[in-house]
Design a protein around this ligand. Structure first.
Ligand code: NAD
Length: 296
């Protein structure tokens, strides 16, 4: 079997086009332009690329887009003061503080300081709690699992009830909310992690397998049930080969091996990554619509 390639880049482009149209309509009918503030602290090169990409996409959607770049020695008090200012700014509907933060700043304190109604990353305890209690429609769902769910539904449709879903990884950002969304779709969900006994056997039970680990090509071909749908969230850069400036990007799934077994698979890059950014735009639009009292 050769798997269907799930084209996250194309799905994200279609979603962004729709968001841009809806944002223009919101501006015309309610005089509200969705506003996204992206905050970056320090000079981590990967974070700088992510943040530039988010700000650029917000502009393409016709949003009011502001970026705050703070030095690596910024204190927690200074960052909390900026968050308070953005919470109070009526032109801003979404606040994103790029992680990781420098070690003198407690990420949890900053996430908890963001107004849950502007927490478009969906990391605040209130949003996490709403998702866990089955009220995702009232929450902001973290962008990566929300994007992964859209890709899964593009392949399997709405009929996910009773499917065995295995999520490898239990982070608050990806693994746990992913499991909650699959559970809300009536899947039978297993969360596997670094202490799981016999991970290959657990993975072999999956009709839907989501890998969010951060270990290059951990999931092998013979761990995958024939016909499974495989979503690879991992983004790992391999060491540069001789003569290469940068190493190759690979996921948590050994792509060629797994594509020989699976029914459908997301590539890395070009799978979940572009959907993450598109969902950030959707969450910002949703926030602006809620603010304007418009259903989305
Ligand atoms: P994390 O480090 O917070 O969590 C990793 C999880 O994997 C942990 O729960 C751990 O228990 C589990 N794990 C570690 N080693 C394991 C092993 N050998 N076997 C089974 N489980 C193991 O990472 P995260 O923030 O959830 O991110 C996971 C991956 O997804 C990373 O590669 C990250 O770069 C990527 N990511 C991609 C996007 C995107 O937009 N595509 C967004 C967020 C994260």
């Amino acid at each position: 079997m050769t798997a269907q390639l799930i084209d996250g880049k194309a799905s994200a482009a279609a979603l962004i086009a729709r968001i841009a149209t809806d944002a223009a309509l919101l501006l015309e009918t309610k005089q509200v332009r969705p506003g996204l503030a992206v905050v970056i602290v320090g000079d981590d090169p990967a974070s700088q690329v992510y943040v530039a990409n988010k700000s650029r996409t917000a502009e393409r959607c016709g949003f009011h887009s502001v970026q705050h770049t703070l030095g690596p020695d910024t204190s927690e008090v200074q960052l909390l003061a900026l968050v308070a200012k953005l919470n109070a700014d009526p032109a801003i509907h979404g606040i994103l503080v790029q992680l990781p933060l420098p070690k003198q700043i407690a990420a949890n304190a900053v996430i908890r300081a963001i107004d849950p109604a502007k927490d478009v990353d969906g990391f605040h305890d209130i949003n996490a709690g709403r998702i866990a209690s089955g009220a995702a429609h009232e929450a902001f769902v973290p962008c990566t699992p929300a994007g992964a769910m859209i890709l899964i539904r593009e392949v399997l449709g709405e009929a996910l009830a009773g499917k065995n879903a295995v999520v490898v990884g239990r982070s608050n950002i990806v693994g746990k909310p992913m499991a909650s969304l699959l559970l809300a779709a009536d899947c039978t969900v297993t969360i596997a992690h670094s202490r799981t006994a016999d991970l290959p056997a657990v993975c072999r039970g999956a009709d839907i397998l989501v890998a969010a680990v951060g270990r290059p090509e951990l999931i092998r071909g013979d761990w995958v049930k024939p016909g499974a749908v495989v979503v690879d969230v991992g983004i790992n850069r391999l060491p540069a080969a001789p003569g290469e400036a940068k190493g190759r990007l690979v996921g948590d799934v050994a792509f060629d091996e797994v594509a020989a077994h699976a029914a459908a698979i997301t590539p890395v890059p070009g799978g979940v990554g572009p959907m993450t950014i598109a969902l950030l735009m959707l969450n910002t639009l949703t926030s602006a619509c809620r603010h304007a009292g418009v259903a989305i």
